[in-house]
Design a protein around this ligand. Structure first.
Ligand code: C2E
Ligand code: CA
Ligand code: CA
Ligand code: CA
Length: 274
């Protein structure tokens, strides 16, 4: 038994060592990802539920490293957050997304908003609104075509969040509350936040037609958002059944694999060309 305990200890400590090493490796590669041009954005359509038209695109970050291969955002975003690298990466994302949207507009494609996910490090950075203003000036994208996605967890400190949100709204950009329903803080404050949109988290949408509880929650969230004057996006729409129910509930905007997965620039042009 003693031997067993000791070997399982060695096993765990080796595992922890490996994990630590992996994490260091990832961090080191991530530091050079921008200058080595390993990052790119995919875009996922947001669709008007009545017309079926694409009205916006969410930018989603992808990282391909020659040594690590494709690393999913769920693996590298937390590391970027912890190390502060997310500030530089986030700025790259904002610039890239605005630049791309401007290119599509100049090409004469139908105008749509581009949304960018903010991390809490960015949201709490005092330079955020100045950075965004500079990017908008540089890319000559009108602010109404940029949308920022924040999450409930960023607005735990209500006073700070309100100040930041008002500063951002002054720029003229749109603000969306992402992953709505998964946080706990801000239901009561939702009415005070100057936000434009609510994105219902995909966990509520999956199998909606078989889940009466989720159906009731989604129906209520949509009604509440409308009462607050917010637009609603349902995320993670994968099936026709989900689509029909969401339309019944009056959900104006839809996003998910049913319409399109996150997609590269070339293919997006085909999708948005009328
Ligand atoms: P998110 O902002 O909630 O993005 C939606 C995620 O759901 C994306 O995963 C997308 O590919 C996936 N998705 C879209 N439609 C469907 C569907 O119908 N079914 C299912 N099962 N999934 C769907 P992805 O691209 O892996 O991104 C994961 C998360 O990483 C994002 O969640 C966001 O929190 C974060 N992220 C991605 N790009 C950025 C970025 O540029 N900056 C920051 N700060 N975070 C980012
Ligand atoms: Ca998002
Ligand atoms: Ca989301
Ligand atoms: Ca998320």
């Amino acid at each position: 038994a003693k031997e067993q305990a000791s070997s399982s200890y060695q096993f765990y400590s080796r595992k922890m060592n490996e994990r630590f090493h992996k994490r260091m490796e990832l961090e080191n590669h991530l530091r050079k990802a921008i200058e080595n041009e390993e990052l790119r954005l995919l875009y996922q359509p947001v669709v008007d539920s009545y017309t079926g038209q694409i009205v916006g695109l969410e930018s989603l970050l992808r990282w391909h490293n020659p040594h690590l291969g494709h690393v999913p955002p769920s693996d590298f975003i937390p590391v970027a957050e912890e190390t502060g690298l997310i500030l530089e990466i986030g700025e790259w994302v904002l610039k890239e997304a605005c630049k791309q949207n401007k290119i599509w507009q100049v090409a004469g494609l139908p105008k749509m908003f581009i949304s960018v996910n903010l991390s809490s490090r960015q949201f709490n950075d005092s330079r955020l609104s100045r950075t965004i203003q500079q990017i908008l000036e540089e890319t000559e994208l009108l602010p109404q075509y940029l949308e920022l996605e924040i999450t409930e967890s960023m607005t735990m400190d209500v006073r700070v969040a309100l100040d930041t949100l008002y500063e951002l709204k002054k720029l003229g950009v749109q603000i969306a509350m992402d992953d709505f329903g998964t946080g706990y803080s801000s239901l009561g404050y939702l009415k005070d936040y100057p936000i434009d949109k609510m994105k219902i988290d995909q966990s509520f949408i999956k199998g909606l037609q078989h889940n009466q509880v989720n159906a009731a929650i989604v129906n209520t969230m949509i009604a509440m958002a409308h009462n607050l004057g917010l637009q609603v996006v349902a995320e993670g729409v994968e099936t026709e059944e989900e689509l029909h129910l969401l339309k019944d509930y009056g959900c104006g905007l839809l996003q998910g694999y049913y319409f399109s997965p996150p997609t590269d620039v070339e293919r997006i042009v085909e999708l948005i060309t009328p």
